[in-house]
Design a protein around this ligand. Structure first.
Ligand SMILES: *[C@@H]1O[C@H](CO)[C@@H](O)[C@H](O)[C@H]1NC(C)=O
Ligand SMILES: *[C@@H]1O[C@H](CO)[C@@H](O)[C@H](O)[C@H]1NC(C)=O
Ligand SMILES: *[C@@H]1O[C@H](CO)[C@@H](O)[C@H](O)[C@H]1NC(C)=O
Ligand SMILES: *[C@@H]1O[C@H](CO)[C@@H](O)[C@H](O)[C@H]1NC(C)=O
Ligand SMILES: *[C@@H]1O[C@H](CO)[C@@H](O)[C@H](O)[C@H]1NC(C)=O
Ligand SMILES: *[C@@H]1O[C@H](CO)[C@@H](O)[C@H](O)[C@H]1NC(C)=O
Ligand SMILES: *[C@@H]1O[C@H](CO)[C@@H](O)[C@H](O)[C@H]1NC(C)=O
Length: 444
């Protein structure tokens, strides 16, 4: 079945590529651990005026999926391929792990550079660093400014893992000790700098992978002041972190306007996975959280803002099924690039769907199959898929989860929304009791 889909994807992508002539600037903003209920237009108590305005002028993607953790989502964005095809289906890449996004297929940045773009990355990489070949500047980016592991201190850039501690920060290949400034401000200045120095010769691709709003919970105090009424301390700081990110996006869009290129820029905003509820995130009304295969882990915040959007879709909501792998063929074809030379993609070119011209060709998403995860329960059937394996598949309006949908570290906790925060109920979920779960998804 997936092979039929692959062939179809290949054909469709090829047709679109040859017909595209626009070369817009592309700004891809990836937030980290940003929960479904943490953006203003989803009814959050956290104020996100910039993101709301951009989303309401653009197209909100409300049936949009990412992966439940960092490395997998980032790998799928960069490769257009499911993590079962890259060996990254089990976990994140830990700091001491000699692993990376395989070099056998070009990245989104490779493809945009090939299409004539000037390509820049600012922020969190998390796709491998044990050899130079795996670093962003070896994976299609002309410049890189950021950190290579999964999390660190927002001010000192210090990262401790097992018995190792050190500063994780690079300017291109050069390790730098750029201490003191909050990373959201530092990354914003860098992006603004790239925009102000834009020489007009090539279209720009900027991949801004914010540290915001991943733990540790840190933000300059001015950002938490509007949230003094939030009792839960984690939620209060997290809210301030979100506000700083919102302000950062405002500053960047203003810089694009000042440079006169905003009217030719496509902005994509996406989270990398669901909110981490123990660190202030909230995915209400979705069940689950970062790490889980439930909706709260994978049903992401996402929108697109672009002058090239069809007037009929501007300001509307898309309920077409869309997945993070889809950005690869969608953006490459918009850029007038070629998908030649990639291994078979799982992503589908969604531009005509985004533009209101046709319904999504995507009918299914393989959320993951992870045979290395601890098995849960006994196989229900013989001679077919082993239901004790951790896996999830979405097919149209249905979703099946087998094995353990959550990480066992949370197995005795459930968060109950309460007022402006939430409380932990320590007595409900025992994750290993789930051999198989079916979940009906209401799609209006
Ligand atoms: C980084 O800079 C800070 C502040 O100047 C200093 O305290 C720290 O020792 C430096 N770290 C390294 C690894 O050089
Ligand atoms: C945004 O710009 C304002 C005005 O220059 C500045 O005070 C603020 O720190 C900037 N915010 C971020 C997140 O970069
Ligand atoms: C964007 O604005 C500039 C300056 O106002 C104008 O020259 C250019 O044609 C516009 N581009 C698009 C794609 O509308
Ligand atoms: C695709 O790439 C191969 C090898 O790089 C090349 O021989 C071929 O001409 C390319 N095809 C197209 C349609 O660009
Ligand atoms: C714009 O949207 C309308 C209505 O959804 C659709 O019929 C039309 O094909 C779209 N135009 C383009 C250029 O995609
Ligand atoms: C599967 O096969 C085993 C071993 O033959 C058997 O004990 C078990 O009952 C079978 N289970 C089902 C659901 O048929
Ligand atoms: C926590 O869950 C238990 C078992 O379902 C229930 O009895 C209890 O009322 C819940 N606690 C709260 C605060 O809702």
């Amino acid at each position: 079945m997936s092979c039929v889909l692959c062939v179809l994807v290949g054909m469709v992508s090829f047709l679109f590529v040859t017909g595209t002539e626009a070369t817009p600037h592309i700004l891809f903003v990836l937030a980290d651990d940003y929960g479904y209920h943490d953006i203003g237009y989803h009814g959050s108590e956290i104020k996100t005026p910039t993101l709301d305005k951009l989303a309401l002028e653009g197209l909100r993607l409300e049936n949009y999926y990412v992966q439940p953790i960092c490395t997998p989502t980032r790998s799928q964005l960069m490769s257009g391929r499911y993590q079962i095809h890259t060996g990254l289906q089990h976990d994140i890449i830990w700091p001491t792990q000699p692993n990376g996004l395989p070099l056998n297929s070009p990245t989104l940045a490779d493809k945009l550079r090939e299409a004539g773009y000037s390509t820049h990355m600012v922020g969190k990489w998390h796709l491998g660093m044990y050899k130079k070949d795996y670093l962003p500047t070896s994976r299609g980016f002309d410049t890189y400014f950021g950190y290579l592991t999964g999390s660190e201190d927002y001010f000192t850039r210090n990262r401790c893992y097992e018995s190792y501690c050190g500063v994780d920060f690079r300017d291109n290949l050069e390790p730098v000790n750029q201490t003191g400034e909050y990373s959201t401000h530092l990354f914003t200045e860098k992006v603004i700098n790239l925009i102000q120095n834009y020489d007009g010769s090539k279209p720009l691709f900027i991949y801004l992978a914010f540290q915001s709003v991943h733990s540790p919970l840190q933000v300059p105090e001015t950002y938490t002041q509007p949230y003094r009424h939030i009792k839960d301390q984690h939620r209060r700081i997290y809210a301030g972190m979100v506000s700083a990110m919102d302000e950062a996006v405002r500053n960047i869009t203003e810089a694009l306007q000042a440079e006169g290129i905003w009217n030719n820029t496509i902005l994509v905003f996406s989270t990398d996975n669901g909110g981490e509820i123990l660190d202030g995130g909230n995915n209400w009304p979705l069940r689950g959280w970062k790490h889980s295969l439930w909706e709260g882990g994978v049903h992401g915040v996402g929108f697109i803002h672009s002058p090239f959007l069809n007037d009929t879709v501007k300001g509307t909501v898309s309920r077409d099924l869309m997945h993070v792998t889809d950005w690869f063929p969608t953006l490459v074809s918009l850029a007038g690039g070629s998908l030649n030379g990639t291994l078979p993609l799982d992503g589908i070119d969604q531009w005509e769907t985004i533009n209101g011209a046709k319904i999504s060709l995507r009918k299914e998403i393989l959320h993951n199959i992870d045979p290395l995860f601890k098995r849960s329960g006994k196989p229900i059937y013989n001679g077919t898929f082993d239901t004790s394996v951790r896996a999830a598949l979405r097919a149209e309006d249905w979703k099946i989860i087998t094995g353990n949908p959550v990480e066992c570290m949370y197995n005795s906790m459930l968060l109950l929304p309460s007022g402006n925060g939430y409380q932990l109920n320590a007595s409900i979920i025992v994750c290993c009791l789930y051999p198989m779960v079916t979940e009906y998804l209401e799609i209006n």
